[in-house]
Design a protein around this ligand. Structure first.
Ligand code: FES
Length: 141
């Protein structure tokens, strides 16, 4: 089987889909090659991510990855969201096919972009190195 049970579950039944109107941070990233777009909204209270929602025009793996990523950062300190790696998301999903790994990168980048937006809006100092532009993930799948 190409996809794990968990991937299929999160794909068929994604958690935290939607939009937060009064979000404290919004992150949008896109993949130029396949045109997939991912948008993540976060609500922050006392440094904790109290709510998170996502929207994606992406493939099934992008949906499953962002669903899992939102579950992993909800209720957690904002620093934890920043530390979330696509590798951790893939592990939590019990793996993704190699050609689909880049889809999970989209989720990681959208989370990071939302945190950066939150920092910027609130004038919170941060290490710019943390948000260096990485390689744009490729879409072969
Ligand atoms: Fe482009 Fe999955 S995000 S194919």
């Amino acid at each position: 089987m190409l996809y794990s049970e968990k991937v299929m579950d999160h794909f068929r039944n994604p958690r935290n889909v939607g939009k937060i109107e009064d979000a404290d941070g919004v992150g949008e990233v896109g993949n130029a090659k396949c045109g997939d777009i991912m948008k993540i909204y976060i609500k922050v209270e006392d440094g904790i991510i109290s709510d998170v929602k996502f929207n994606t025009f992406g493939c099934g793996s992008a949906i499953a990855s962002s669903s899992m990523a939102t579950e992993m950062i909800k209720g957690k300190p904002i620093e934890d969201a920043l530390a979330l790696s696509n590798k951790a998301v893939v592990e939590a999903l019990d793996g993704l096919p190699p050609v689909k790994l880049h889809c999970s990168v989209l989720a990681e980048e959208a989370v990071r972009a939302a945190v950066k937006d939150y920092y910027d809006r609130n004038g919170i100092e941060y290490d710019k190195e943390l948000f260096k532009e990485g390689e744009t993930p490729h879409c072969e799948g």
